[in-house]
Write a protein that binds this ligand. Structure first.
Ligand code: ADP
Ligand code: MG
Length: 301
């Protein structure tokens, strides 16, 4: 490989907003046969919005319930939490007594729980996916399960809300697919690449999105710490894997992958760990990166 042709390749790439950390990466990208994508913030814009707030219990008035949920989610840094807090503002009444939140607990990849108190009343709130409900022995009846599935089939993320151990409501949050996702993935597939999505979200939501995008596979309900394991498994099967992600919890998987690719809009940790950074947060530049790597090698040979 002549250094000059590689340099020329990375210079062109930089102009297109594609940063190869080392020139050798441009060469190595050629060998990739599988691309693993994180969902939220990578295939989607990562700006989820509340779309549904469905009550299934009568234990407390809607406005109060909305206030309690928002109070708990304010303690969470998760993008889902921010969407819930913003979306529930519409349901709250203005002059309500303040709520105190204690014993806040973030259950990684599952949800949150806390004790809320307004006045002398103390209530335990659990907000999260069905796995968390199961762990906390909260019953989700058939009707609620059906409501859940319906929203998940629309590609929405659904979270249940239990107060004092009983299901009271569920909320759905939707994130917009990046405009570039569908055309970029189609182009990658045409190049014969195997395309896989990894997500902490449930499988129904994951499959709905995988279908919209034409992904080969969606691996759902992956706990943050297990993302890297999935990449390793693919490598053990003989695949040369590129991982594309944006979050702090993607960093270990980006490091393990043969090529780690970070969205330029992502967290600093992801960008620092990656071999390639896509500064335009446009998935078409991923296609361009792969094309450039091929062209560069052709010029060398
Ligand atoms: P992702 O990889 O999609 O960002 P996470 O692994 O962070 O997902 O979370 C997985 C699931 O845990 C979410 O789909 C949601 O059901 C639940 N969850 C995570 N954080 C919260 C939260 N703050 N409130 C409610 N549910 C949450
Ligand atoms: Mg993400």
């Amino acid at each position: 490989a002549t250094p000059t042709s590689i340099m020329a390749g990375s210079g062109r790439a930089a102009q297109a907003g594609i940063l190869f950390k080392q020139s050798a990466i441009l060469e190595r990208t050629q060998a990739v046969d599988t691309i693993v994508f994180d969902k939220t913030g990578t295939l989607t814009e990562g700006k989820p919005k509340l779309t549904d707030f469905v009550r299934v219990g009568e234990a407390l008035p809607q406005a109060e319930l909305a206030q309690l949920i928002a109070a708990v989610e304010k303690q969470s840094e998760h993008p889902l939490a921010q969407a819930i807090v913003a979306g529930l503002e519409d349901y709250q009444q203005e002059s309500t007594p303040t709520v105190k939140v204690s014993a806040f607990n973030a259950h990684q990849g599952k949800g949150v729980s806390a004790t809320v108190s307004s006045g002398e009343q103390e209530k335990q709130l659990v907000i999260g996916n069905l796995r968390l409900m199961q762990e906390q022995t909260i019953t989700v009846d058939d009707a609620a399960q059906q409501g859940f599935s319906r929203l998940q089939q629309e590609g929405k993320t659904v979270m249940a809300i239990a107060v004092k151990g009983e299901l009271q409501a569920y909320v759905a949050v939707a994130d917009t697919l990046r405009e570039s996702a569908r055309p970029a993935l189609q182009a990658l597939r045409q190049r014969g690449l195997k395309l896989i999505m990894l997500t902490g979200d449930n499988s129904r939501t994951a499959n709905a999105i995988a279908k919209q995008l034409g992904l080969d596979e969606a691996i759902a309900e992956v706990l943050p710490e297990d993302k890297a394991e999935h990449v390793k498994k693919l490598q053990q099967q003989g695949h040369n894997v590129a991982m594309v992600g944006d979050g702090v919890n993607d960093a270990p998987a980006l490091a393990v992958a043969d090529i780690g690719i970070a969205m330029g809009t992502g967290t600093d940790v992801a960008i620092e760990t990656a071999d390639i950074a896509l500064m335009r947060a446009d998935l078409n530049s991923l296609v361009q990166a792969i094309r450039m790597s091929e062209l560069t090698l052709k010029n060398i040979r």
